[in-house]
Design a protein around this ligand. Structure first.
Ligand SMILES: C[S@@+](CC[C@H](N)C(=O)[O-])C[C@H]1O[C@@H](n2cnc3c(N)ncnc32)[C@H](O)[C@@H]1O
Length: 281
């Protein structure tokens, strides 16, 4: 678990907080010091925004100090109070997913996903995870199609588990990190969802893809996935995220030659998502 602290002048605080809130909708820890304000967010490695290696970066037009420190997973109260439940979708207008850490109370009225934060990428709070869940909710709200689902780069398994709660089945996922596969298996069990998670390096080859495939990766990895597609291994619906909005075109260009046509896109801050449907031959 990493604590990423951003320290700024009090007069910059409002703008810096606004930027960080997009990245950490679950909440930002605030510490007011002598002549500075420090905001901190917590997450697993890779889940936090990449602010570069520098100790001073520019956010919201001003220079801020950045410090990343490793904290123990059992860092009790502050760590717990940071991870808040998150609602994706609007239950008044359709399906919605409630993602919560194990210590927060249950919501039986919603499709609920319990994720123990810190084990692997995927507490649900990251914009790219939320964009994928929003795309799944949109399909579920239209009544499907459901059926089998693959989760490429599963991390904590949050997307496969959320899909299972929304109606997809059977569920499969893969990740190249041993810890992610272990966390995904454990999370599936905790959530009472049957899912198969395997260790696969997507750069080395693709698993068999289900009719609905979600891939929350980076643009270069999405291009590698596109390069590995074959006529007998194509999803019918593909949801991609992990790309920046400035990368929409290059990701679309990678999938289009396989007859995958863009049917929707989402954005949250600089993060983007693309949904594709397979053209009928
Ligand atoms: C952005 S995270 C997404 C996690 C989760 N699906 C979510 O939406 O919150 C990307 C995941 O892809 C995995 N990954 C990165 N490179 C990979 C590769 N070459 N093969 C398989 N998985 C990879 C990472 O370990 C990480 O868990």
């Amino acid at each position: 678990m990493i604590r990423l602290a951003v320290r700024c002048q009090p007069e910059q605080a409002e703008l810096v907080l606004a930027e960080l809130t997009v990245l950490a909708p679950g909440g930002v820890e605030e510490v007011a010091g002598d002549g500075y304000v420090e905001y901190a967010i917590y997450g697993a490695e890779g889940e936090l925004p990449d602010l570069g290696e520098e100790e001073a970066v520019t956010i919201a037009g001003g220079t801020v100090e950045v410090e990343a420190t490793e904290v123990a997973d059992d860092w009790a109260d502050r760590w717990r109070s940071f991870h808040k439940p998150l609602l994706v979708g609007d239950p008044k207008s359709g399906p919605a997913v409630w993602i919560r850490p194990p210590w927060e109370p249950e919501r039986e009225d919603l499709a609920e996903v319990v994720v123990d934060p810190g084990q692997a990428f995927g507490t649900g709070a990251h914009p790219t995870t939320r964009l994928c869940i929003e795309a799944l909710i949109e399909i579920a709200g239209r009544g499907g199609p459901f059926g089998a689902l693959s989760d490429l780069g599963c991390g904590s398994g949050v997307l496969a588990i959320a899909a299972g709660k929304l109606g997809w089945q059977p569920l499969e996922g893969c990740d190249h990190e041993v810890a992610a596969v272990a966390a995904a298996r454990e999370n599936a069990e905790v959530n009472g969802v049957e899912a198969k998670f395997e260790r696969i390096d997507l750069k080395a080859g693709l698993p068999r893809l289900a009719p609905t495939t979600v891939a929350n990766l980076t643009a270069p990895l999405l291009e590698a996935v596109a390069a590995g597609l074959a006529p007998d291994n194509l999803p019918e619906t593909l949801i991609c995220s992990g790309l920046l909005t400035s990368e929409y075109d290059r990701v679309r260009a990678a999938f289009e030659p396989h007859g995958l046509v863009e049917t929707g896109r989402g954005a949250m801050g600089d993060w983007g998502s693309l949904t594709f449907a397979r053209e009928l031959a």
